[in-house]
Design a protein around this ligand. Structure first.
Ligand code: ANZ
Ligand code: ZN
Length: 823
């Protein structure tokens, strides 16, 4: 190679990006008999620019994809844009630019930025979810789901973001605030469309087990809790005669749900959600005084979050029910901690054993009766903490002495036998509300016909495309205000009808994009999903993305996978076989973000040092699952390492195969260099396929380079370089391709054998014990004779031997010297 050539990252990177693109090196192969790997990093929203979080996400995915290619796999590694959604409309309002133009300009710009990172994405499978063809197939899924009863329309209390002027799904409300803008969410009654995700609740829960060890356990737990399955008894409390008179014949009682039927003898009051129909009836009647009515109304005006944050509060409703087992008269209250949409919106209260019931009873001086004996409470009432523990039933005639589990089952059986109630399973999961009152989304393909009602659009009319000529003001839905767009014909009867003007939640698009990528792009116009391609490529072998999607996207995508499976499009039960959640990129201890003003622009780093330095730094600074603290001097360090690699390569002798080396004939430094090189190689499989601790592999390569530099055997150096360049290629592909092309004609390490001889140590470690006590440890050449070993052992333990007589010397070969002394 030419002497003294300086490392010029930008030229090399441009050159290799062109070569890769020209050769189509990253396109998936048509040969479906090859072993495959589908490596996917979550696709970006086209916000305008790439940020360091993207660089991290894509560097990780790219390293894995490139590794599998070197190992002979057919690799699918696609990219696209999640390009519908609010920010485009907000930009339209602010900058008077059409959402479509804003979106596609951003896509162009970000695609160029991504290209400068040297990511090995398939070009042919690029997509944007706002493309009309994507909308077409999504609407087709919607229609099929509608016909299967997996989509339905209802009017319900929904989460409404005043700032974004739209409805949000439960999953999109984070601690009472909008996931996108952070403003407090309010409740509103609105009609909308719902995906019946609850129909899959059990399967979504059970299949989490198949992901154990493959997804972060934290994500699995979050999903499990979100789905929130619980099993218990539902039964009816009947109103007593006086209360029935108050309520008229509309009500004779109400259902409650309990997971602890074993505590039923401890019930001292019952409580209803303020939204409960009985409460409504009493608010309309005249038995409650104005004070009570206004208190109930003020609770009704609070959001669930406000209620949760307040003290336990409520009022006695002046009515009673009869305890089903004791016939006691039990008062009925309304309470601010009862959720209207869980169970039946009413509970039996057991203050001795439920903390919320206890706090409420304490606030209003209601009786407390203990019905469980545990080691902790010895059967007494505990204050101020209720005991929800399992123990043994007391004060409970039918179940005294039974364990809580036995008592629970016994009570359920008893209630079923008496036809007073039944066993039920309840889920916290709610159906997914997908209606958004915004323009920049996929129109819901429904027509409202005065004769036929809610009718699905005919598939042959798809896509129901967005009109371009809209006025976007931020107030009201632009589709609703458009003068002509919504007027159409009913697909069933042909009469004048009105289009639905809501669009779909953007999370619908991200729920199936991975399957679309798996479809051969040559079929994209003709089918939603190409069965052959999808059956071959799905599911995703390795998915990489942020933990913020632990529930949202990752739950919706799992649901959609199952729906598409049931509609006959796909085979797998789960979309993502393995999941890696990457940590955040921080600067000065805080998340890098525009609002905090601590952003480092990836473009600046790439222009100054090159993409390889950016990638190397990102993968070296921390294991991918951990937070990564930005560090300018570590970026410099990464750059210096690449320079060292480059400079040393200039004196490597080119060759076309790994030189055969006689290991035994090498000197100590040469052997050590080979050891370090092969140690790095031996590590690589686990790093690229399991642990993803790229930092440890990079460190091993750095050590190996140092060891190569500490000897001067040309063959050892060439072999070392061949291996190191292959190991580094997935991480710093440009410099690795450039050097390995010059030196070896770009061969890859799929072909490299891990040689055992290199790991044979030529020293042994020996322990010395004196009268059975370990006193020293030392290393010696493996060829040393017994007398040499004993001599060294005595020197190492001289201070214990001084003035003592050795009566026995035992050498356990290769392991131990035992000296026995007198006195
Ligand atoms: C009596 C009882 C005694 C209860 C006890 C718990 C412990 P999970 O596990 O989350 O399903 N509950 C039922 N419906 C409710 C609603 N709409 N709003 C608020 N709380 C409600 O919780 C089920 C338990 O939460 C039920 O079991 C009920 O209180 C309460 F020692 O009944 B339990
Ligand atoms: Zn009609």
């Amino acid at each position: 190679m030419a002497e003294n050539l300086k490392y010029n990252a930008l030229d090399i990177e441009k050159k290799w990006q062109e070569i890769w693109a020209k050769n189509g090196e990253f396109e998936p192969k048509d040969d479906y008999s090859l072993p495959k790997k589908y490596i996917l990093s979550m696709f970006p929203y086209p916000s305008g620019r790439i940020h360091m979080g993207h660089v991290r996400n894509y560097s990780i995915g790219d390293a894995i994809a490139r590794y599998y290619r070197t190992q002979g796999f057919n690799v699918l590694h696609p990219i696209g844009f999640d390009s519908f959604g609010m920010p485009a409309e907000n930009a339209a309002i602010k900058n008077k630019i059409h959402p479509r133009i804003w979106t596609y300009e951003n896509i162009d710009y970000m695609t160029k930025e991504l290209r400068t990172l040297g990511l090995s994405f398939s070009k042919r499978r690029e997509l944007a979810t706002s493309d009309p063809i994507y909308t077409k197939w999504e609407q087709s899924f919607f229609i099929k789901m509608f016909k299967e009863g997996l989509v339905y329309r209802k009017s319900a209390i929904v989460n409404w973001c005043e700032h974004d002027q739209t409805v949000l799904a439960n999953e999109q409300v984070e601690e009472g605030c909008c996931w996108r803008c952070g403003n407090e969410v309010v409740q509103r009654e609105l009609p909308g469309y719902y995906f019946k995700i609850t129909q899959y609740a059990d399967e979504l829960l059970n299949d989490l087990k198949t992901l154990e060890g493959k997804w972060p356990s934290q994500v699995l737990t979050m999903q499990e809790n979100w789905i929130g399955k619980s099993f218990g008894l539902e039964f009816k409390f009947y109103l007593d005669d006086d209360s029935k008179k108050i309520l008229g014949d509309k009500f004779d009682g109400f259902e409650v749900f309990t997971t602890r039927p074993d505590t039923i003898y401890g019930v001292t009051y019952t409580a209803l959600a303020p939204e409960h129909a009985i409460v409504k009836a009493l608010l309309d009647g005249n038995t409650l005084d104005e004070d009570k009515k206004s208190k109930i109304k003020s609770i009704l005006n609070q959001s669930p979050r406000e209620r949760q944050a307040s003290e336990k509060d409520g009022v006695f409703l002046g009515i009673y029910v009869t305890h089903p087992l004791t016939n006691e008269k039990i008062p009925v209250w309304v309470a601010n901690f009862i959720l209207a949409d869980y169970g039946s919106g009413a509970i039996m209260s057991v203050p001795a054993h439920d903390q919320r019931d206890f706090d409420f009873a304490s606030a209003f001086d209601l009786p407390i009766v203990s019905v469980i004996k545990t080691e902790e409470n010895n059967g007494e009432i505990m204050r101020p903490k209720a005991t929800g523990d399992y123990g043994v039933s007391i004060n409970s005639p039918l179940i005294n002495g039974l364990s809580s589990e036995e008592a629970k089952m016994a009570m359920i059986e008893k209630f079923e036998e008496l036809k007073l109630g039944k066993r039920v399973v309840n889920f916290k999961l709610r159906d997914w509300g997908i209606s958004r009152q915004r323009y920049w989304g996929a129109p819901i393909p429904i027509v409202h016909c005065p004769k036929c009602g809610v009718v699905a659009e005919d598939e042959k009319n798809l896509p129901v495309a967005l009109p371009d000529d809209v006025e976007i003001t931020g107030e009201g839905n632009p589709l609703d205000k458009h003068p002509t767009w919504k007027h159409t014909k009913c697909p069933k009867c042909g009469c004048d009808a009105i289009r639905e003007t809501d669009t779909m939640d953007t999370f619908v698009q991200s729920s199936w994009y991975f399957a679309r990528y798996a479809s051969d792009e040559r079929t994209w116009n003709d089918t939603a999903l190409d069965k052959k391609g999808v059956d071959y490529w799905m599911n995703v072998d390795q998915y990489i993305g942020g933990i913020e999607h632990a529930i949202l996207h990752l739950l919706y995508a799992r649901f959609f996978q199952k729906v598409l499976r049931d509609l006959g499009y796909m085979r797998d039960d789960e979309p993502f076989k393995n999941l890696l959640t990457q940590g955040m990129v921080l600067k000065d201890g805080k998340k890098m973000s525009k609002s905090k003003g601590n952003v480092v622009d990836p473009d600046d780093i790439i222009n100054k040092y090159g993409a390889d330095t950016a990638r190397l730094f990102i993968l070296f600074a921390a294991p991918p699952q951990k937070e990564l603290e930005w560090n300018d001097s570590a970026v410099e360090g990464a750059y210096r390492f690449l320079n060292r690699l480059w400079d040393r390569a200039q004196s490597i002798k080119p060759c076309d195969k790994i030189p055969a080396i006689e290991h035994a004939g090498l000197n100590k430094e040469e052997k050590y260099a080979r050891l370090k090189v092969y140690e790095a190689l031996a590590k690589s499989r686990d790093v690229f396929t399991q642990s993803f601790t790229f930092n440890t592999l990079i460190a091993a390569c750095m050590e190996a380079l140092n060891a190569i530099n500490a000897q001067d055997n040309d063959e050892v150096s060439a072999e070392g370089f061949f291996i190191i360049l292959n190991l580094l290629e997935p991480i710093v592909p440009h410099i690795a391709c450039e050097l390995s092309d010059k030196l070896f004609g770009r061969k890859n390490f799929g072909e490299i054998e891990i040689l055992d001889e290199v790991f044979v140590k030529d020293t042994i470690k020996l322990a010395v014990t004196i009268n059975g006590k370990k006193r020293a440890e030392f290393e010696m050449s493996a060829n040393s004779s017994e007398s040499e070993v004993l001599k060294e052992a005595k020197e190492q333990t001289a201070k214990w031997l001084e003035g003592k007589e050795i009566i026995k010397e035992i050498y356990v070969k290769g392991k131990l010297v035992n000296l026995v002394i007198k006195g």
